[in-house]
Structure formats: structure tokens, C-alpha cells
Design a protein around this ligand. Structure first.
Ligand code: ATR
Length: 276
């Protein structure tokens, strides 16, 4: 069987091996997919060794997505270049190639839920690697206004400047701290680590409307997070955790590696059932 792995640190709780086993089963492929915890100093050697010993593809997770991007500098997809990070590696003609499927993963999961990005007002919370990974795809999906809000305001402005360079002229891009955040938003995406630590973000109820969508890129076993609870308390009726994003980014990696497109929706249902 072809060999795959996900590299990260920590990696113990990764669902990727299970996810890809489900894709392989569905598409009738025989694959091996392991999870490997890597020390930061050994990341590059680990990747090179994996491909040298016949490995076919790697998923890369925290904290290595930027390093993975740097490692493949000459064979980078536009998606990875725009994000400045990579979560999918493979080798062709002896060269390591990189792509970032996180943004497509988010957009495709939104599509599944009939969340319309085109011409919408999107509030993106956070200005770290997670935000950088999905920002290009949100812009490409044609949102009318993208606002980046972050605890450290400066980082939001840096990302907004990058977004302006990526966006077409129709898209308005702005940034602020939480304290000056205004308006109401069609789609509010949490790309911070706040839900991991159970912390509540300083978001006014008026940012949410009943028809606003709240999407937390984090996933949990029960599909709920502090951010999503906060959104519902403020009146939002459509909330989603990030399990679908995980499944759809994995489906895109699987497609790149195996040239077969899995049907992600039933896999998401299966994974959710397994988690609960
Ligand atoms: P990642 O690569 O996962 O995005 P990161 O680069 O460390 O991780 O970024 C984490 C993001 O979560 C940042 O936007 C961070 O805000 P700061 O830039 O001000 O640090 C945000 N974040 C983390 N914990 C938070 C909290 N409790 N409240 C608000 N924002 C938080």
C-alpha cells in the first residue's frame, strides 16, 4: 500500500488517520496512514526521510505549516503561496510539492451548509496561522467585505494589508481591535485558539443577527464551543464547529495524492457519529 502520515507536535489527538482510512475504504484504495510526532529541530530531515523511504504524501499540522511551506519553496501551489503555509506535501520527480487545503476545506464545508460567501460581509476573528491559511480562499469565494479583528491589533492590520494584495477590487478589506469593532456580519468565523482554552471573546451581541452564521474552525466531540454558545446567546441561529472543515481539507489532500475525489459528506456524518 502507498504510505501517508500526518506530522505535528502534539499529534496524539489527530483524527487524520481515521479520516483517511474512511476515504480509502470509500474509494476502494489500500493505504497506510500514520501519525508521527516530530521535534521541531528534526522537521525537515523527517520529511525528506519520509519521501526518501518511499512515502507518498504528508499532512502537516501545528506547528509546522510554515516550515512545510519553506521546505517546498520551488514547487508551491498558488493556494499555499497565498497562505504562506502548507498542510499537504507530496513528491514528484524527486521534488517536494506543497499545497494548503485548509481554505478549500472551510469553503467547501460552508458550501455543504449552504452558507453563501459571495457578496457577503465576513468577520474573521484572529490573525495567526489559522487565519492566514483560510483568508485567500475566503477572498477568492467573492465576499464583499472581509474584516479581520484581533486581540493584538497590529497583527490584524498586517494580515489585512496582505488580503488587499490578494483581493480583487470589489472586496473591501478592513481590520481593527475588538474594542472598535462595529456593524453586523453575515458570516463570523473564529480562527483564534480562544475556544481551546474555553475563553469568551469580547464580541458585542449586535455583531450577530438571527440570520448570521457563526463558524468555529475548532471542532469538538459534541460540535459545540464557547464561541458558538456566545453566538447563539446573541441570537445567531446557524452555528457550526470545524469538523466539516477538517473532513473537507482532508478530502482535498486525498484527491491531490490519489487523483480520486472522495465523497466527504457521508464521511463527516460517520466521523461525527464516532466522536459522540
Ligand atoms: P494559529 O497558528 O493556531 O492561528 P497563533 O499564530 O498563535 O496560532 O494565533 C493564535 C490567534 O488566536 C491569534 O490571533 C491570537 O491573538 P493574538 O494575536 O492577540 O495573540 C488569538 N488568541 C489566542 N487566544 C486568545 C484569546 N483568549 N482571546 C482572543 N484571542 C486569542
Amino acid at each position: 500500500p502507498r504510505k501517508f502520515a500526518v506530522l505535528g507536535n502534539p499529534i496524539k489527538h489527530s483524527l487524520s488517520p481515521r479520516l483517511h482510512a474512511l476515504f480509502a475504504q470509500q474509494t476502494g484504495l489500500l493505504i497506510e496512514y500514520s501519525k508521527q510526532c516530530v521535534e521541531p529541530a528534526h522537521f525537515c530531515d523527517h520529511v525528506k526521510q519520509f519521501f526518501a523511504s518511499g512515502g507518498s504524501g504528508l499532512n502537516i499540522t501545528l506547528p509546522f505549516k510554515e516550515q512545510a511551506y519553506a521546505l517546498a519553496q520551488s514547487r508551491i501551489s498558488n493556494r499555499a503561496r497565498a497562505a504562506g503555509s502548507a498542510n499537504t506535501l507530496w513528491q514528484e520527480n524527486g521534488e517536494i510539492h506543497a499545497c494548503n487545503t485548509d481554505g478549500v476545506g472551510l469553503v467547501n464545508d460552508m458550501l455543504r451548509q449552504h452558507i453563501i460567501l459571495r457578496d457577503s460581509r465576513v468577520l474573521l476573528i484572529g490573525a495567526g496561522g489559522a487565519t492566514r491559511g483560510v483568508m485567500p480562499a475566503l477572498l477568492q469565494a467573492g465576499c464583499a467585505h472581509l474584516h479581520i479583528v484581533n486581540r493584538t491589533e497590529e497583527k490584524a492590520h498586517v494580515l489585512a494589508a496582505q488580503a488587499v494584495a490578494l483581493a480583487d477590487r470589489q472586496t473591501q478589506v478592513t481590520a481593527s481591535a475588538f474594542s472598535t469593532l462595529q456593524g453586523s456580519w453575515d458570516i463570523i468565523v473564529n480562527a483564534t485558539a480562544s475556544s481551546l482554552s474555553g475563553q469568551i471573546l469580547p464580541l458585542a451581541d449586535s455583531l450577530f443577527r438571527t440570520d448570521s452564521v457563526a463558524y468555529d474552525m475548532l471542532y469538538t466531540t459534541d460540535g459545540d464551543t464557547p464561541f458558538l454558545q456566545q453566538a447563539r446567546n446573541a441570537g445567531a441561529t446557524h452555528t457550526s464547529d470545524g469538523l466539516g472543515m477538517l473532513v473537507y481539507q482532508g478530502a482535498e489532500s486525498f484527491r491531490i495524492w490519489n487523483q480520486i475525489e472522495p465523497d466527504a459528506a457521508p464521511i463527516l456524518t460517520a466521523l461525527r457519529t464516532e466522536l459522540t
